[in-house]
Design a protein around this ligand. Structure first.
Ligand SMILES: Nc1ncnc2c1ncn2[C@@H]1O[C@H](COP(=O)(O)OP(=O)(O)OP(=O)(O)O)[C@@H](O)[C@H]1O
Length: 238
C-alpha cells in the first residue's frame, strides 16, 4: 500500500515570539511506521500537534487522510497519544478503558484486546495512579487503540520503558502497520530509528532528511544512523 496518509506543505508555526516550524514540506505513506526523530526542542511535538489539528498554524497546509488536519470527520479516524499520559489516575485500568470505549462509542470488550496488546492484562484491576510512568503511558496507548484508528500518532511512546517492553511495543506498531494502520512515532533516541520503515529527521524546526533507514545510510555513507544524522546536519550547515 503506497497511498499518502499525511501531506504537509509550507507549514509554518510560531509559538510565543519564535518560529518553531519554518516551512515544512513532506508526505507520510499509509500503512507504515514513520519515525519522527530529532533532539529535544527541535519541534516534534509542535509538528505532531499540527497533524492532529490542535496547533494554530501561521502558514501552509496539513492534510490528514484526505482531509484538513483537525476536521471533525477525522476524530474517530486518528488516535493521538501525548507524552503525558491522558488517563484518569483515580480510576482502575479497566474503568479507564470502559470509559474511553463509551466515549468512542465502541464495544467495551475491546478493552481486553487493547490491554493484551500493551502487556498490561494482569494490571486491569489496579488504580492507574499507583502504576509506574511507563505503565501509565501504556494505558494511554491502550485507550487510543480502542477506536482502531487508521492513523495513530504517538509522542515518545517508549520513554522510560525497559528494552524488552520497547521491543514488544515496536512489534505491536509493526503488526498494526501490517494490518493497514499508519503510525507516526516520535523519539529523541536515535537507536529507535532502525525500527522504523521510514524516517523524518528534524533539527531546529526543519526536516533535514526524509526516507528509509537504508536510503539514509546510502546517502551519507554512514552505517550507524546516529552518524548518518550527524553527517546530514553537517551537510545542511556547510
Ligand atoms: N507553549 C509554548 N509557548 C512557546 N513556545 C513553546 C511552547 N511549547 C513549546 N515551545 C517551544 O517550541 C520549540 C519546540 O518545542 P517542541 O515541544 O515542539 O519540541 P520537541 O522536539 O517535541 O521537544 P522534546 O523532545 O523535548 O519533547 C521549543 O523551543 C519550545 O521552547
Amino acid at each position: 500500500m503506497n497511498s499518502t496518509a499525511i501531506k504537509v506543505e509550507g507549514l509554518r508555526v510560531d509559538r510565543g515570539h519564535r518560529t518553531v516550524l519554518n516551512g515544512l514540506d513532506f508526505a507520510i505513506p499509509a500503512g507504515a511506521v514513520t519515525g519522527l526523530l530529532g533532539p529535544s526542542g527541535c519541534g516534534k511535538t509542535t509538528l505532531i500537534r499540527s497533524i492532529v489539528g490542535v496547533q494554530r498554524v501561521k502558514a501552509g497546509t496539513v492534510e490528514v487522510l484526505g482531509r484538513p488536519a483537525g476536521a471533525k470527520a477525522l476524530r474517530s479516524r486518528v488516535g493521538y497519544v501525548t507524552q503525558a499520559p491522558s488517563v484518569y489516575a483515580d480510576l482502575t485500568v479497566a474503568a479507564n478503558l470502559r470509559y474511553f470505549a463509551s466515549v468512542l462509542g465502541v464495544p467495551a470488550d475491546r478493552g481486553d484486546a487493547a490491554l493484551d496488546a500493551v502487556a498490561l492484562a494482569d494490571r486491569r484491576g489496579d488504580v492507574v495512579g499507583r502504576l509506574s510512568g511507563g505503565q501509565r503511558a501504556r494505558v494511554s496507548l491502550a485507550c487510543a487503540l480502542l477506536g482502531e484508528p487508521e492513523l495513530l500518532v504517538l509522542d515518545e511512546p517508549t520513554v522510560g520503558l525497559d528494552p524488552l517492553l520497547r521491543r514488544d511495543l515496536w512489534r505491536l506498531f509493526h503488526d498494526l502497520a501490517a494490518r493497514g494502520t499508519t503510525l507516526l512515532v516520535s523519539s529523541h533516541v536515535m537507536d529507535e530509528a532502525d525500527r522504523c520503515d521510514r524516517l523524518l529527521l528534524m533539527r531546529e524546526g526543519a526536516i533535514v532528511a526524509d526516507g528509509t533507514p537504508a536510503e539514509l545510510r546510502e546517502r551519507t555513507g554512514a552505517d550507524d544512523l546516529e552518524d548518518a544524522f550527524v553527517r546530514v546536519v553537517e551537510a545542511v550547515a556547510a
